[in-house]
Design a protein around this ligand. Structure first.
Ligand code: PRX
Length: 658
């Protein structure tokens, strides 16, 4: 975990909103009072004013079947129509929706009229392929416009997308396809990363190898290779996206669906080896996405150029690359590749080229730019920026201050936004024209959101005290469940605290502290979930990948603090006796690390892996991860008295030191 409110007494540094910014800000202080006076009425107003309803709702919230919520339950809308057609009908068809740039330097400008047309055509294609409302479609694409077109086309026909990050392995993709019982996969030959093609279609082939899935067709976007001869092709199953599109109509009328129609499933790591399919529905999700995007990023759609650097494979990409910005009629930059391709400074070059006004990214990226030095961004004109955002992990005050000063020229507000795949949209964040900003703190719940910091017994903590982040009142973009697993939904999120006055209380899995002003500081996960470079990884999932290797008898994984990525994966492995020599020989450890990368994806590859003879266990057999974390971080070992064998830890600590 990154140290937040430590030695600099960061909580004493405060930046008032610049007067000029506040004077033109979308969000004003009265939002808090309005939401406090009538919370549900406030959300109903947001839903009505930000979205188009084919059939208006009369009911705001039904929490009678808690924790299964229904928001705007009797309303009907079409999510894609809200993101596209209505802007064209309002006369904004010529406004640019996407300013896309490929890593090799190719680019596309797509207006709202063009994007609407593309999505209509893709919707017709999905229907022609037999996809119906409620069916699941897996999307495994690089950051190209087709990723957004595919998501919106699925939404338009009332089907459900499950976007799988292109960095996940074939095995992870298969598990997600199976869990959601996807009918169709949309992929590409590959995408560009660091000057090379990162192939995707071969992973789909591997994921579907041997049959046994519900997938009927695979649509393949041609992106990476002019000559795709190197691709294997399964006749009858695999289809080229462009060839199929050429055969369908451009006209498509969006039909309304119920507000609670599922919109997407997004898999995220939990405390067990099996990822959870978090699912979200339509009306509430889109309301909070649009509301937060407009107010937190101070969006002026007629003049801003907004850029969220997240991949659509993560929730940030869903809410703040696709649904929030498009619902608000924003102009967004989308970039395919890495920040250092073809050389460091690519992001800054993009900001200069497109005149980006809002930048939303993760602390890991900021810390890696800090490390590379301010000389790089200083070569570019970043004066168009007027707001900076941070998401995904705690941002340490030092990185926050650097971000504001070096990237924001010392003038931009910085918003640190806390939320999760489960919450669907931002929950805790300053409002940039209202809140005096504190470096390193996400500060306050947004108007309409209720968040608490509770102690172990469920009582609210006082000022200058730490506890667990909890959400005692339902919110519009909340998850509606774990796909196919209501029991796990209850257990994971709603059973940590006893019911409050409004019913079950949501447990976020994060530690938090209230400072002397009552502001919230996020302290990282309190469960066995790691946060590596803003990506959620499960210790259990990596452990099970390790024990699936024939050399491995037992494994324990911890997230150790890392200067750049926040946390890093560190693994401790007991080899099987008859393979101990193989594991210990040169390259053995690297093979095990690579095995994790190929089972889950390169993001899960352990930074370090130690071969050990034993693991520290309590008398009841539970692995003491806390001690392993101490060892991995080179700290003095904590209390070892509960261990069956206290010498085990000493041996491990010695091993790490070597
Ligand atoms: O630990 C919190 C951390 O990221 C977790 C959620 O991860 P994920 O579902 O992948 O969504 C990431 C993007 C919203 C949280 O439980 N987290 C997210 N934002 C912050 C944060 N930790 C501290 N500060 C934040 N601003």
């Amino acid at each position: 975990m990154v140290e937040s409110a430590g030695d600099v007494r960061a909580e004493d540094i405060v930046f008032d909103p610049p007067a000029e910014f506040a004077a033109q800000a979308v969000a004003t202080a009265d939002l808090y009072a309005r939401a406090a006076a009538d919370r549900l009425g406030f959300w109903a107003d947001q839903a009505r004013s930000l979205l188009h309803w084919h059939a208006p709702f009369t009911e705001v919230l039904d929490w009678s079947d808690a924790p299964f919520a229904r928001w705007f339950g009797d309303g009907r809308l079409n999510v894609a129509y809200n993101c596209l057609d209505r802007h064209v009908l309002a006369g904004h068809g010529d406004r640019v929706a996407l300013l896309w740039e490929g890593e090799p330097g190719d680019s596309r400008r797509i207006t709202y009229a063009e994007l609407t047309a593309e999505v209509k055509r893709a919707a017709n294609l999905l229907t022609a392929l037999g996809v119906e409302a409620g069916d699941r479609v897996a999307i495994y694409l690089p950051m190209i416009p087709e990723a957004i077109i595919a998501m919106l086309a699925v939404a338009r026909i009332g089907a459900v997308h499950s976007v799988v990050f292109g960095g996940f392995s074939a095995e992870s993709l298969r598990a997600r396809i199976e869990d959601a019982e996807a009918k169709l996969v949309i992929t590409a030959d590959g995408g560009w990363r660091r000057g090379k093609v990162s192939p995707l279609k071969p992973a789909v082939d591997a994921a579907l190898a041997g049959g046994g899935t519900t997938v009927e067709k695979v649509l393949v976007v041609k992106r990476a290779w002019d000559d795709s001869e190197q691709l294997a092709w399964t006749d009858g199953r695999d289809l080229w996206w462009h060839e199929e599109l050429a055969q369908v109509d451009w006209e498509h009328e969006a039909q309304p669906f119920e507000a609670e129609n599922p919109l997407f499933i997004l898999y995220t790591s939990g405390t067990t080896g099996k990822p959870k399919g978090i699912f979200h529905t339509s009306g509430g999700y889109l309301t909070q996405s649009a509301y937060t995007h407009r107010n937190v990023f101070d969006l002026h759609p007629d003049r801003d150029v907004y850029w969220c650097t997240a991949d659509v494979g993560w929730v940030t990409g869903h809410t703040y690359v696709v649904y929030g910005p498009l619902a608000n009629g924003a102009t967004s930059v989308i970039y395919e590749g890495t920040p250092d391709a073809p050389k460091p400074g690519r992001w800054w070059a993009l900001i200069e080229k497109y005149g980006v006004t809002q930048l939303y990214t993760a602390p890991t990226a900021i810390r890696s730019f800090m490390k590379a030095g301010r000389e790089i961004p200083q070569q570019y004109d970043l004066s168009s920026l007027r707001l900076l955002g941070s998401v995904g992990e705690p941002i340490n005050p030092e990185a926050w201050l650097w971000y504001r000063e070096v990237i924001g020229g010392g003038r931009t507000p910085v918003v640190d936004t806390w939320w999760q795949t489960e919450t669907g949209a931002i929950m805790v964040s300053p409002l940039p024209g209202v809140t005096a900003a504190k470096p390193g703190s996400a500060q306050v719940p947004l108007p309409g959101i209720v968040v608490d910091v509770l102690d172990d017994t469920g009582a609210p903590v006082g000022r200058n005290e730490s506890g667990l982040l909890a959400i005692p009142e339902p919110w519009p973009s909340m998850l509606r469940g774990i796909w196919g697993d209501p029991h796990r939904f209850h257990e994971t999120y709603w059973s940590r605290f006893s019911d409050g006055p409004s019913g079950p209380v949501y447990f976020a899995g994060d530690g938090a502290r209230r400072d002397h002003d009552g502001d919230i500081w996020l302290l990282g996960r309190v469960d066995d979930v790691m946060n590596v470079a803003g990506h959620r990884l499960s210790t259990a999932e990596i452990e099970s990948a390790l024990v699936s290797h024939p050399w491995v008898a037992e494994a324990a994984v911890v997230g150790a603090s890392d200067e750049t990525t926040g946390q890093a994966v560190v693994a401790f492995v007991i080899p099987r006796a008859r393979h101990a020599d193989e594991a210990a020989r040169e390259g053995g450890v690297d093979e095990l690390r690579a095995h994790v990368a190929s089972s889950i994806g390169p993001i899960a590859r352990p930074r370090e892996l130690f071969l050990v003879n034993e693991l520290p266990k309590t008398r009841s057999g539970k692995i003491m991860r806390r001690l392993l974390r101490d060892a991995a971080e080179g700290r003095e070992l904590g209390d070892t008295t509960t261990l069956t064998d206290a010498t085990v830890m000493k041996a491990i600590a010695d091993r790490v030191r070597h």
